[in-house]
Design a protein around this ligand. Structure first.
Ligand code: GAP
Length: 488
């Protein structure tokens, strides 16, 4: 039975072993920004790869994209982010620290995250008996106010013609903006999906829980386009597929659940949404969102179709692009450039979209937490990460038992051969028991040791991380032996 992990254990292991560091640490750090170290970057690459393999590579109905982070400001106007992407916050009059109102709620179901600014202002929130999580003052909060989450930047060298842009708060809009390009350049037919992994940015109010909520993070998003009427069925399909992805990569089922959103919690674009939640070792109630699977209906394509038309009108009138009223252009444009023509049924429609949207950093944290274990071995504590082999940053450690008698040369040859196939690590420093422990802590599934017997019969020991069981394997058979067990 694995130990219940504390977040501090994970943070400490991540720093000690080079998984994750605070950004700009030499200057005191930058709040809620993190850097991935040598082991962390391998873990993160593996999480990305596992997602891409499952969502794109193994499917015949999904293609990939890699869009730029900076996009035309009309994208965010049309998507609703310019007007509606905000958290409701209140400021403590004593310490001036701002807190999300939903984080003060007694009932976590009172949701005020990512809400429409108008809706935020019409709700009443009694904060008179609420305690400030920063300084402990009671009843000192200001009236709630919306706080916009998109980071602004400016593009262009000339003052006169530079314009305000946003760092994208989700990767999804790059996919919608390229819907027509993908239709015209590939042979995809509905139902089909477009997937993307990339950085997103949000000026989050509350951060703290390590890499769980950061201001710069990576998303893995799929927009799956389907015929209206088939959306509920596809939503159920993706719920199941995405839940199983985490289980197949080693997360224990008892630490995962699906939770459907209440209507007042739904994002402005969603008809329905279910979260895959993981039992993280922090926060109120522990269960926290890993991924959302939303039914975005035809909202985005319809909005962009309106946006394209409105922009054309704006070119004629020259106004402030962010003040454009899309509602004034409320026709449906069922036949516009972002519609789809179904050859078989001779029908034109705007497809519905099912969107599984995962966080790469958040998933990496869940995989770290779930894999972390401590156990007593011969009176000593063994820390280990029981990673699924696909996620393990290093697949094989290679050691000579001692630094003499030709053992390092044989071990180096094995290492040079195996590193062509998987990420390996060569280590000849210190007692072999310590080297095993270091690899256990890095989550390395196998360690190979060259010893005195190797010269006699060309066998080495292969030690398995979880069971610590050691078997002798002929060097000729080593690649096959490891490959079969790693299933690569
Ligand atoms: N396109 C839909 C969308 O962006 P979301 O629920 O806001 O939906 C999807 O984000 C996923 O992105 C979340 O489930 C989470 O894994 C990740 N995510 C969102 N905000 C994050 C943050 N500030 N830090 C780390 N991950 C975040």
């Amino acid at each position: 039975m694995a130990k219940i992990t504390k977040l501090e254990d994970i943070v400490s292991l991540c720093k000690r072993r080079g998984f994750i560091f605070q950004s700009s640490e030499i200057y005191g750090g930058l709040a809620s920004c993190y850097d991935y170290g040598p082991l962390g970057v391998e873990l993160k690459n593996n999480v990305r790869r596992a997602w891409w393999k499952s969502v794109v590579q193994m499917r015949d109905d999904v293609v990939g994209l890699d869009c730029s982070i900076l996009m035309h400001p009309m994208v965010w106007k049309a998507s609703g982010h310019t007007d509606e992407f905000a958290d409701l916050i209140a400021e403590c009059r004593k310490c001036n620290v701002r807190t999300r109102v939903d984080h003060l709620a007694e009932h976590p179901e009172e949701h005020t995250e990512h809400i429409a600014l108008d809706a935020a202002m019409t709700r009443t929130h009694d904060l008179s008996n609420k305690t400030c999580p920063n300084c402990g003052a009671v009843g000192r909060f200001t009236e709630p106010m919306p706080f916009k989450l998109m980071f602004e930047t400016r593009m262009g060298a000339n003052v006169d013609d530079s314009m305000t842009l946003y760092l994208r708060p989700e990767t999804a809009q790059g996919i919608f903006a390229n819907f027509r390009n993908v239709l015209d350049s590939t042979r995809v037919k509905i139902p089909f999906g477009i997937a993307q992994i990339g950085k997103s940015f949000r000026n989050e109010v509350t951060t703290k829980a390590f890499i769980f909520r950061t201001r710069e993070f990576e998303q893995a998003e799929l927009e799956f386009f389907c015929k209206p009427g088939t959306d509920d069925q596809w939503w159920n399909t993706w719920k199941e597929l995405r839940f199983n992805w985490y289980v197949d990569l080693g997360i224990r089922k008892e630490n995962l659940r699906l939770r459907e959103h209440d209507t007042d919690e739904l994002a402005h674009y969603a008809k329905a949404c279910v979260d895959v939640e993981y039992k993280f070792p922090f926060g109120s109630g522990d269960w926290q969102e890993l991924e959302g699977i939303a039914n975005r209906t035809d909202y985005d394509l319809r909005q962009h179709q309106r946006g394209m038309r409105t922009l054309n009108r704006w070119f004629e009138s020259k106004g402030d692009v962010t003040k454009i009223d899309l509602a004034a252009d409320a026709q449906d444009y069922q036949s516009g450039p972002l519609s789809y023509f179904d050859d078989e049924n001779k029908q034109r429609y705007i497809p519905y979209v099912i969107e599984p949207s995962a966080g790469i950093d958040r998933s990496a944290l869940a995989f770290l937490v779930d894999a972390y274990d401590e156990e007593e071995v011969r009176g000593e504590t063994r820390n280990l990460l029981r990673f699924h082999a696909d996620l393990a940053p290093i697949k094989v450690g290679v050691f000579p038992l001692v630094k003499k008698d030709g053992m390092p040369e044989i071990a180096c040859n094995i290492y040079d051969h195996l590193k062509k196939y998987f990420n390996c690590f060569y280590d000849e420093k210190g007692a072999v028991g310590r080297r095993y422990r270091r690899q256990d802590e890095a989550g390395t599934p196998f360690c190979i040791t060259v010893d005195g017997q190797t010269k006699e019969d060309t066998t080495v020991t292969v030690r398995q991380r979880d069971s610590m069981e050691q078997v002798r394997v002929s060097t000729d058979n080593l690649l096959t032996h490891i490959r079969e067990r790693l299933e690569v």
